[in-house]
Design a protein around this ligand. Structure first.
Ligand code: ZN
Length: 82
């Protein structure tokens, strides 16, 4: 995959980090998206969700979600279902 140089003015796309109300898993979604479907099957409306954190790019969002998952696992023994 070839990555072009960033244009001088880039729209700032944020990622929202939140928890699924169904299974408690941490997820992220692009800011501006209407819904996000959790791997557990629950569809989460992003206008109703409580945002835990924000990230500036998808990689950062993924890192934060992973960190949150690990914290949660320490406390509850939760392990992701794949
Ligand atoms: Zn879920």
């Amino acid at each position: 995959m070839i990555r072009r140089r960033s244009p001088p003015i880039q729209p700032l796309l944020m990622y929202l980090i939140f928890r699924c109300a169904g299974c408690g898993r941490h997820l992220y979604a692009e800011d501006g998206a209407a819904t996000r479907t959790c791997p557990c099957g629950k569809r989460i409306r992003l206008d109703k969700v409580r945002v835990i954190a924000r990230a500036e790019d998808e990689r950062e969002a993924g890192d934060r979600v992973r960190a949150l998952q690990m914290e949660g696992r320490k406390m509850t023994g939760f392990s992701p279902a794949g």
